[in-house]
Design a protein around this ligand. Structure first.
Ligand code: ARG
Length: 471
């Protein structure tokens, strides 16, 4: 008989059991469900709602059930619909009818909201840790490439030279915002919904703060209707995950481009590349492509969750069971990508000479020639036009700016002198961008210093918050 079978006269249609069950995926929540139940039963005992002896028996039974689920010994069934009722059934099998006291003052509605939050907060810790590792791998590449000049692009056209280290640091700052979004969202995730009951609270003299404190929450959800209806924290997570995926995907796209023969700027380590079944010469950046590709499912989960919630009346609706698979899949997808990313970036071989030739054989120092003329008193708009003429002359004569003679330069402006040749070398051009946030070596070093500071803050955050969750 079903746990809720009292008012029914017939068994559920088998297809209904199959269709409405969430046990296929919410079994992932077993550990959190039992963690929550242990805190709940302790509260029932402390508040004198059930006899201490019964509470202790239940707690013992729950631990046995946890072990049996973990080892795979316990049988979880669609007939028992979800993880909550499966655990309760197993508990009653273990300790007898006294197990039926566990659900006093509680509903699956507050219980599932609790489990989701317990699951997500651990995922947030793991993801932050992984993001920091990716930041560190990028930062290490930046340190190794403080003299590596590459073309910087706008419109994917060579624009101005930058340091490869500067380019790597751009991603470190993007991922930093991702870390900060996660750590900020923690405040909203880490609230206890337990005690909201089905929707209206409970008639038992429960102590919600006690449960919250036991579980390492920073407080309780203040409104019982909101507590069981709220899946904002899932949406917020999926939105933050979408931005992480966006950042990963942009870097993937660059790695794919840089690995092509057309760019030939980097070579991925053999351990992080794959081959072709037909073309023996191929070495493919599959990991980067797949991380880029998986962005689609993460965005999809965000849209799915938003759409599921839109228009739902308060309070709990079965629709909300759809919150789980997308969240789990997003966590797994990101963990997989981030875990691979750090060693892939770290082991990537940077082809400094090829980057340098790409800068040398181009006009990305044209702005600097214009700035040079401005330094000699010419208005920028005028110097822009003069340099345009010089570039055209080069194109027609198959030359770059550094190949011109002083006479050729002077035929466009007599303000140009011998020092022009030094003023437009790739190194000078890069180091002339000596402004906060700029690409000059000392400015990139400043960025690295800042990053080392915030990485330390993130590491401390993970440590202090992990101790709350695991104590
Ligand atoms: N399996 C359900 C879910 O994941 C648990 C809550 C069900 N509550 C209910 N009243 N049917 O959302």
């Amino acid at each position: 008989m079903k746990l809720w079978g009292g008012r029914f006269t017939k068994p559920t249609n088998e297809l209904v059991d199959e269709y409405t069950a969430s046990i296929y995926f919410d079994k992932k929540l077993a550990k959190y469900d039992i963690q929550g139940s242990l805190a709940h039963v302790e509260m029932l005992k402390v508040c004198g709602i059930i006899p201490a002896e019964d509470a202790d028996k239940i707690a013992e039974g729950l631990k046995i059930v946890a072990a049996k689920i973990e080892s795979g010994e316990a049988e979880l069934s669609a007939e028992n619909e979800d993880i909550h009722m499966n655990v309760e059934k197993l508990l009653i099998e273990e300790v007898g009818p006294v197990g039926g006291k566990l659900h006093t003052g509680r509903s699956r509605n507050d219980q599932v909201a609790l489990d989701m939050r317990l699951y997500l907060r651990e995922a947030l810790l793991d993801l932050t840790e992984l993001l920091v590792k990716v930041q560190q791998s990028l930062l290490n590449q930046a340190k190794l490439n403080l003299d590596t000049v590459m073309p910087g692009y706008t419109h994917l056209q060579r624009a101005q030279p930058v340091l490869f280290g500067h380019h790597m640091m751009a991603y470190v700052f993007m991922f930093q915002r991702d870390v900060e979004r996660i750590t900020d969202s923690w405040k909203r995730v880490n609230k206890s919904p337990l005690g909201a009951g089905a929707l209206a609270g409970t008639t038992f003299p429960i102590d919600r703060d006690f449960v919250a404190e036991q579980l390492g929450f920073d407080g309780i959800c203040e409104n019982s209707l909101d507590a069981v209806s709220d899946r904002d924290f899932v949406v917020e997570f999926l939105a933050n995950a979408s931005l992480i995926s966006t950042h990963l995907s942009r870097l993937c796209e660059e790695i794919v481009q840089w690995s092509s023969a057309e760019f030939n700027f980097v070579e991925l380590d053999d351990a992080f590349s794959t081959g072709s079944s037909m073309m023996p010469q191929k070495k493919n950046p599959d990991v980067a492509e797949l991380v880029r590709g998986k962005t689609g499912r993460v965005y999809g989960h965000l849209m799915g969750m938003l759409t599921t919630l839109k228009g739902l009346p308060l309070a709990y609706n079965k629709d909300m069971q759809e919150d789980k698979e997308g969240m789990f899949d997003t966590v797994e997808t990101l963990k997989g990508a981030l875990a691979l990313f750090a060693p892939m970036v770290e082991s990537m071989q940077v082809k400094k000479e090829n980057m340098y030739s790409a800068v040398r054989e181009d006009f990305s120092n044209a702005t600097d020639l214009a700035d040079y003329l401005v330094g000699k008193g010419m208005p920028f708009r005028e110097s822009h036009a003069v340099v345009g003429q010089v570039v055209l002359h080069c194109i027609n004569n198959n030359k770059y700016l550094l190949d011109l003679t002083l006479e050729e330069f002077q035929s466009y402006s007599d303000l140009i002198e011998e020092d022009i040749f030094e003023a437009i070398t790739p190194e000078t051009v890069v180091n002339a961008r000596d402004v906060a946030g700029g690409t000059a070596k000392n400015r990139v070093e400043e960025q690295i210093e800042k990053a080392l500071d915030f990485i330390k803050v993130s590491e401390d955050w993970v440590e202090t918050h992990a101790s709350k969750v695991h104590s």
